[in-house]
Design a protein around this ligand. Structure first.
Ligand code: SF4
Length: 210
């Protein structure tokens, strides 16, 4: 099996879709390769494209802050995106671009093996759950998925472009991060008492990806 570094090296020259034409560099992902919690966003923006790291702009500042509120730092978790090259003008990634790029994400998840996958926004949530869900309907819940837990929440950029800190969405983001914390604690306790057993079991109707 390849290492995460080897996969990142291969991805750095990827030309599988049209987004390669406008990028400064491929933004593969960052963080702890053995993380229990992995965040999946949408795609790199202007600053991410320039710096080669996901979530370093304003949305990244908010993500860092929310992590801090639950006692985590960027280096404790892994952060990646559905597409790894910046869509021009920060437009939404197109279906064929998502289809071309997500094998990289699938491989990342397979190698990192996080217990909890936090999907940030509609694109990540729809890809992982395999359904055309709306983030506002599924956020704040946990879903069983391949022996892991998927926990959808808002993309931090949506909060910034919405009502900011005075918005109801911001309060819900906070609640969702508190849920990440409590789910992680439950996972850590379960690892001690019943290693190998999934934390959450239930019906899964997701795509057969892993
Ligand atoms: S967005 Fe993904 S599939 Fe498209 S060129 Fe970049 S790394 Fe390759």
């Amino acid at each position: 099996m390849r290492t995460l570094q080897e996969v990142a090296r291969e991805a750095s020259t990827c030309t599988r879709c049209r987004l390669q034409g406008g990028r400064t560099q491929v933004v593969f992902g960052v963080g702890n390769p053995d993380a229990d919690v992995m965040f999946v966003g949408e795609g790199p923006g202007f600053h991410e494209d320039k710096q080669g790291e996901p979530f370093v702009g304003a949305a990244g500042q908010l993500l860092n802050r929310m992590l801090g509120e639950i006692g985590l730092a960027r280096q404790d978790v892994y952060i990646g995106n559905v597409v790894k090259c910046r869509p021009p003008g920060n437009r939404d990634p197109l279906p064929d671009e998502i289809e071309a790029c997500t094998p990289w994400l699938v491989e990342q998840i397979s190698l990192i093996q996080p217990a909890i996958v936090v999907t940030l926004g509609n694109f990540a949530t729809r890809f992982i759950l395999g359904k055309q869900v709306s983030i506002s309907r599924v956020r704040g819940q946990t879903f069983p998925w391949r022996g892991r837990i998927v926990l959808p929440t808002f993309h931090p950029a949506a909060i910034l472009h919405g009502g900011g800190e005075s918005s109801r969405q911001f309060q819900q983001l906070r609640e969702d991060f508190a849920l990440i914390r409590s789910t992680l604690e439950e996972h850590e306790a379960r690892r001690e008492t019943a290693p190998g057993e999934p934390l959450l079991v239930g019906d899964e109707e997701q795509l057969e990806l892993f």
